[in-house]
Design a protein around this ligand. Structure first.
Ligand code: SD4
Length: 325
């Protein structure tokens, strides 16, 4: 029998109540529920505890900005934060000591741009947006992506901080290739935003699995896996062991499940179920967040320890996720 633990949400009522309220177009206000048609818009949700990122996104949304601008601004906050060792500058390197970044973005029209394995550029989310908006392509890799970024005005810089370098050197002493997500490597930011016009965009940015093999790319920059947006239905994004998300095309699956009538929460749970159904999930973590056109949200993970940050009405709330185990 699988153990199923329900952890109380830190701030809001239980997920079911939250979803029920959102489905009704209501706001939750501590102990009361008030009917208010557009109360849930605008709104931003991101993986992990990233209040600075969701706040930056909220500021864009609150000024009637687009969900796409909100996503870019929100993701940039984590990319610039050297204390977040899973994203941007300060990210943990691959096993050769190189920081290689992956990011993607999707707009409300279903356009997509991404960069994979790009070095020396702190803001891959912005390069991904440029790929989407200024090239005929959708996905650029490695040196070519870096060259495109530099030609577009991005300043190359060393992304390996002293802290990440020292940890990598420590790791090299044993050289045990055992990257376990959620213990040594989390905080990849996946973000979904819905603006006042009800349009949804999303982004995902990461330095990937710590001490990965050179050239390894996970789910985060891959359309349908680390992120998928269908502005008619909603969006989903992932964090955790990218290989498992890729094999189940997790984010696309979740959006399609919402199209078939599942709530964001139900869809995230089914996305996780597809992974755990294969067995052998003890040593890795995967988590999803999702949002639908009504501004209802969902989040779910394989193991405890995952949380999602939601900024609604300018107020950040970190929600401890329920999980399969
Ligand atoms: C990857 N999904 O590269 C990313 C890693 C991650 O929190 O999400 N870390 O597989």
């Amino acid at each position: 029998m699988k153990r199923r633990t329900f952890i109380k949400n830190t701030t809001l009522s239980g997920t079911g109540i939250a979803l029920g309220a959102a489905a009704l177009g209501c706001t939750e206000n501590k102990n009361t529920t008030t009917v208010n048609k557009d109360a849930s818009l605008p709104l931003v949700i991101a993986t992990w505890n990233v209040p600075n990122a969701t706040e930056a996104a909220w500021h864009v949304l609150n000024k009637q900005g687009s969900s796409l601008d909100a996503i870019e601004q929100g993701c940039r906050v984590e990319e610039a934060d050297v204390d977040n060792q899973s994203v941007g500058k300060g990210g943990r390197p691959d096993r050769d000591g190189k920081v290689t970044l992956d990011a993607c973005i999707m707009d409300t029209a279903g356009n997509y741009g991404a960069v994979v394995c790009v070095q020396n550029i702190k803001h891959p989310i912005s390069v991904a947006r440029k790929v989407m908006e200024e090239t005929p392509h959708v996905l650029m890799a490695g040196k070519g992506a870096e060259q495109f970024a530099i030609e577009s005005g991005f300043k190359p810089e060393n992304l390996l901080t002293e802290a990440s370098k020292q940890q990598w050197e420590e790791w090299k002493k044993t050289s045990k290739y055992e990257p376990i997500i959620n213990i040594e490597n989390h905080d990849t930011i996946g973000m979904l935003a819905i603006d006042t016009n009800g349009n949804i965009a999303g982004g995902c940015t990461t330095s990937g699995l710590a001490y990965k093999m050179a050239g390894r790319v996970g789910d985060s920059p891959i359309i349908g896996s680390g992120l998928f947006i269908d502005n008619e239905i909603g969006g989903a994004t992932a964090t955790g062991m990218g290989e498992e998300v890729l094999k189940t095309v997790g984010s696309f699956l979740i959006v399609e499940l919402m199209r078939q009538g599942k709530s964001p929460q139900q869809a995230c749970e089914e996305g996780i179920r597809r992974i755990v159904a294969k067995g052998n999930y003890d040593n890795f973590q995967v988590a999803y967040i999702a949002m639908n056109k009504a501004g209802a949200t969902g989040y779910y993970s394989i193991h405890p320890g995952f949380s999602a940050t939601i900024n609604k009405n300018g107020e950040n709330m970190n929600h401890i996720s329920n999980s399969h185990t």
